[in-house]
Write a protein that binds this ligand. Structure first.
Ligand code: ADP
Ligand code: ZN
Ligand code: MG
Length: 471
């Protein structure tokens, strides 16, 4: 029988900072450069006699992250050499931070942060050439922040929520595009299970994760795999190791067993000055200057607009959509109108966008005009959807489209009554069926009235009139 296990997860997350230049030299930091080895210089290629210079903007970015997470910003900080040999690391050491990271502590979504430090990215290797490999140094020396969480996450979902929230925070701060597919944000998952919540189990580290979905699946996979090991009756044990996520197989595989902890022989880099951050930055002013962050925006949207949480999340993830929604909501003002608008945005507009890449946000005022028509019952919801599908492709006025296409619903009961009576008179057999108890028969009469009115009648009004006249 399978036992209950308690899951523990800690994340190590790297994010490339979107500074103009690299971490320690003047080379362009361009993640989209496709030509290999063009953004390089003697410094990031580790030529003898060159000296690194700290990129102030990168340090500032990490401080901002720390402020956003409510962390402690170090007064004293320094860079260390992390020594190891690998072809993607030209100096045979990576400049990183060891004892004195820029940021310590902090919390996000209830997850405690251990630290955030600054380092340089490695080059990228290509091993798809058969008997040789290629190295592209464009990425070597790009500023990279590393955030480490405490082992306080207890489910795959909580890990996913944390990762997505951090991604949003980095984007709101404007310090990283944090795109996982592009490798601008990379997640390592540390996971263990144990019977006793107070005792940690053996930890496994999973790499090669390229989306949050993949991270959640990798965690689920590991929980199953490790539970099976502990449950079997052969006394199997979990091995402390690094595993890789295989996206095609949706499973993890062993990459390397943890040898004796790597000795990186860290020591402070003698080529770089030690930093006293409060002498370089006005931390309090930076704190005041932080932009609105996702959590604050969530609260504001909830209070000001009273829309669904799911809708709010769409606006949190997509800042452009959020800004546009705010413009619409602030023009409409009325809460019912805003709710209706939000429904059309999150289900209809986002739906159209999924299938039509050319669809773009309509001019806010045009969309407002459309919602006003819906609220006055001037058009049916079917008509509104049709108009929306048009105004996401060009900037036409919804009122004009509604008039041109004859989508304006007729509120004039007198005129409509005449048509209804005409249809009743012309269909004695259907009327008979209806009066005989087949209530559904009325729909065929509604259809005919709609046809007679060239679609301009309001279907619920037609039904009401029919019922009255047939009563
Ligand atoms: P290591 O020395 O192997 O690098 P660290 O103590 O530095 O381990 O932790 C690295 C990451 O692993 C952190 O995110 C931490 O929260 C997480 N971690 C540590 N122990 C465990 C555990 N038993 N289960 C899950 N995650 C853990
Ligand atoms: Zn360079
Ligand atoms: Mg460690």
């Amino acid at each position: 029988m399978s036992k209950q296990y308690y899951t523990t997860i800690g994340l190590e997350i790297h994010a490339e900072l979107n500074t103009n230049s690299k971490m320690f030299c003047g080379c362009i930091n361009d993640p989209d450069e496709e030509l290999p080895n063009v953004n390089i210089c003697p410094v990031c290629m580790a030529h003898p006699g060159t000296l690194p210079v700290i990129n102030k903007k990168a340090v500032e970015s990490v401080i901002k992250v720390g402020l956003a997470l409510g962390s402690t910003i170090a007064d004293f900080t320094e860079f260390d050499r992390k020594n190891y040999f690998y072809p993607d690391i030209p100096k045979a050491y990576q400049i990183s931070q060891y004892k004195y990271p820029i940021v310590s502590g902090g919390i996000l979504r209830g997850v405690e942060i251990t630290r955030v430090h600054l380092e340089e990215d490695t080059a990228t290797s290509k091993h798809d050439r058969g008997d040789y490999s290629l190295v592209d140094f464009n990425r070597a020396g790009v500023p990279l922040m590393e955030l480490v969480t405490e082992p306080v996450i207890h489910s795959s979902k909580q890990a996913g929520d944390f990762g997505r929230e951090l991604q949003a925070v980095l984007r709101y701060l404007g310090v990283s595009e944090a795109n996982m597919e592009k490798g601008q944000m990379r997640v390592e998952l540390n996971i263990s299970i144990s019977e006793d919540p107070k005792v940690f189990g053996t930890k496994v580290e999973v790499k090669n994760i390229n989306s949050f979905k993949a991270m959640e699946r990798a965690a689920e996979y590991e929980i199953k795999r490790m539970s099976a090991l502990l449950d079997d009756d052969k006394g199997s044990e979990i091995v402390q190791e690094t595993r890789g996520w295989d996206e095609n197989k949706q499973s993890t595989f062993s990459q390397r067993k943890k040898e004796n902890a790597n000795d990186y022989r860290y020591f402070p880099d003698p080529d770089l000055p030690k930093l006293f951050l409060s002498k370089i930055f006005n931390i309090e002013k930076m704190r005041e200057g932080l932009p609105e962050l996702p959590e604050a925006k969530r609260h504001r949207y909830r209070n000001d607009y009273g829309i669904k949480d799911e809708d709010i999340e769409s606006y949190i993830i997509d800042q452009e959509l959020g800004g546009w929604f705010e413009k619409v909501a602030n023009t409409l003002k009325d809460k019912d109108k805003v709710k209706t608008a939000s429904n059309y945005i999150t289900s209809d507009y986002l739906g159209i966008k999924k299938v039509n890449t050319e669809a773009k946000l309509p001019i806010a005022n045009n969309f407002v005009e459309l919602i006003e028509m819906v609220m006055k019952d001037d058009i049916s919801s079917r008509g509104a959807k049709d108009i929306l599908a048009l105004i996401v492709l060009n900037d036409e006025s919804p009122i004009k489209i509604a008039n041109d296409k004859g989508l304006i619903q007729n509120h004039d009961e007198g005129a409509l009554k005449e048509i209804v009576q005409k249809v009743i008179d012309a269909n004695p057999a259907v009327v008979e069926t209806y009066k005989g108890g087949k209530e559904n028969a009325i729909m065929s009469l509604v259809g005919q009235v709609m046809k007679e009115s060239k679609g301009s009648a309001n279907p619920s009004l037609v039904q009401k009139l029919l019922k009255e006249l047939l009563a």
